[in-house]
Design a binder for this molecule. Structure first.
Ligand SMILES: Nc1ncnc2c1ncn2[C@@H]1O[C@H](COP(=O)(O)OP(=O)(O)OP(=O)(O)O)[C@@H](O)[C@H]1O
Ligand SMILES: [Mg+2]
Length: 454
């Protein structure tokens, strides 16, 4: 947003008593300027909400305005009878003051009220030792600029207004720390290589409706609140969950059932309830539970009544979690068939998404990413990709690290131009035990048939 910065430098601050000014309007109505009282807050908020009463794209927010008046920063209102028709609020910062808002009801413009409000406010600011008063207005904002000019404020050309919004509200920061949550790097989504099918699906079904809720609402689409990711180990389920949080710029909180169980003497079910309650206080969050089969296993087959109690607790917690916007529960499992059928049903989880072994294209992209960091020469990527058919992304990352180790050892041994060759990488693949087995892949394909919901 372009802004006009107007300011007034007070060369010799003179102390003027805060006073009430009365004026006879030409229409015979009497208005007066006085200090803001707590009772005026509703009227001031109403004026804020009226797009014709002030800057419609204000730089300062309503909560900043409310915080200022609550902490007795200088604020004045103009009244006609009992009605508040205008207000001006400032905030002091040593000998500088920022004019946060000048609102004037459209019915009362061009009667000198704006100028009178400003001088009333200035009296209070000068009394507090202010030397310089500044005001940021959107370019084109009429309300305010007239009064400011009348009062001797000058607009400064060539000023560009920069701002950076902290992504986590201050009130959420402490809680996020307690929950071990954090904001993730913004580039995680892009660092996920290959897996084009999964990426596209998760982007369309999950990321975009959450990122553009108004557009989703116009299309009659309810953004998802909870999803399950399933697939063999190391295929990128956790990485996808983090990448979604990073794309949305929402904090990422992971719950570890094994840790929670130890934290509460009342047991895992109580600890889960407590954790969900705490999480519900965050403005926005991606809540991640890995190996969710530990807490939502098949009730008929679970080992003990304690496990059943935990599963029942999870079944109760999810509907409450779903009630609010700005949150997504992501549960991941290697063993979707071990999950309780009631847990997976519609209404609890919006999508049950397979994250499978990387195909040749994905393996090529993943090798490319991890080998880019290793000095190499003349690599035959085709040979590397076809030899790594049963490797997961995690295995590829591991094998690439082995190649880096070989290069490092050769450098230490005095080979200044040591680099990974195709032979080196193939050797590293040969010594990396693949996570995937033909049986696992077969089971995974069966699970897609039976459980996937996209
Ligand atoms: N598409 C990808 N591109 C690059 N690296 C990837 C990709 N997917 C996963 N990785 C890397 O592989 C490793 C394992 O991924 P991740 O932990 O997400 O797998 P997982 O499916 O959650 O495994 P588990 O089932 O064991 O929990 C991570 O270090 C991650 O960075
Ligand atoms: Mg994981």
């Amino acid at each position: 947003m372009d802004t006009i910065c107007v300011q007034s430098a007070q060369s010799s601050p003179s102390f003027v008593c805060a006073c009430v000014s009365y004026r006879q309007d030409s229409g015979m109505a009497m208005w007066r300027v006085r200090d803001f009282h707590d009772d005026d807050l509703d009227a001031v908020i109403r004026l804020w909400d009226d797009p014709n009463a002030g800057d419609s794209e204000p730089v300062f927010t309503l909560s900043e305005l409310v915080a200022a008046v609550r902490s007795n920063e200088p604020a004045v209102v103009a009244t006609v009878g009992d009605e508040v028709v205008a207000c001006a609020v400032a905030e002091l910062d040593k000998d500088r003051a920022w004019l946060l808002r000048l609102s004037l009801s459209p019915d009362w413009r061009h009667r000198g009220i704006g100028s009178a409000l400003l001088s009333g406010l200035e009296e209070r600011m000068l009394a507090a030792g202010v030397q310089r008063i500044s005001c940021l207005l959107s370019s084109g904002s009429e309300v305010g600029s007239e009064a400011l000019e009348h009062q001797g404020y000058r607009s400064r050309s060539g000023v560009v207004f920069f701002e950076k919004l902290e992504r986590v509200a201050p009130t959420d920061r402490g809680l996020l720390g307690q929950l071990g949550g954090r904001l993730l790097r913004p580039d995680l989504w892009d660092s996920l290589r290959g897996m084009a099918r999964e990426k596209e699906l998760i982007e369309q079904r999950v990321v975009l409706p959450l990122a553009y809720p108004e557009m989703a609402a116009r299309a009659g689409l309810l953004p998802p609140r909870a999803i399950v990711l399933f697939g063999p180990p190391g295929t990128g389920k956790t990485t996808f969950a983090k990448a979604v949080a990073s794309r949305l710029s929402w904090p990422f909180v992971e719950l570890f059932p094994s840790r929670l169980a130890g934290e509460s003497p009342a047991g895992l079910a109580a600890a889960l309830r407590e954790a969900f309650t705490q999480v519900s206080e965050l403005d926005t969050v991606v809540l991640f539970i890995d190996e969710v089969e530990e807490i939502a296993s098949l009730r008929g087959q679970s080992a003990s009544s304690t496990t059943q109690g935990v599963t029942n607790e999870m079944l109760k917690l999810i509907p409450t979690f779903r009630e609010r916007d700005g949150r997504l529960l992501v549960c991941a499992t290697n063993s979707v068939r071990a999950l309780d059928a009631a847990f997976l049903r519609h209404g609890r989880f919006d999508y049950v998404i397979p994250v499978g072994p990387p195909d040749a294209e994905a393996r090529s992209a993943i090798w490319d990413r991890y080998l880019a960091e290793v000095p190499h020469e003349g690599l035959d990527l085709g040979a590397i990709v076809s030899r790594s058919e049963m490797l997961t992304p995690a295995d590829i990352e591991f094998a690439a690290r082995r190649a880096a180790q070989v290069v490092f050892e050769r450098s230490v041994a005095g080979e200044p131009d040591a680099a990974a060759t195709t032979e080196v990488v193939l050797e590293c693949i040969a010594t990396t035990r693949p996570t995937l087995t033909p049986r696992m892949i077969e089971e995974f394909e069966g699970d897609i048939e039976e459980y996937a919901r996209l």
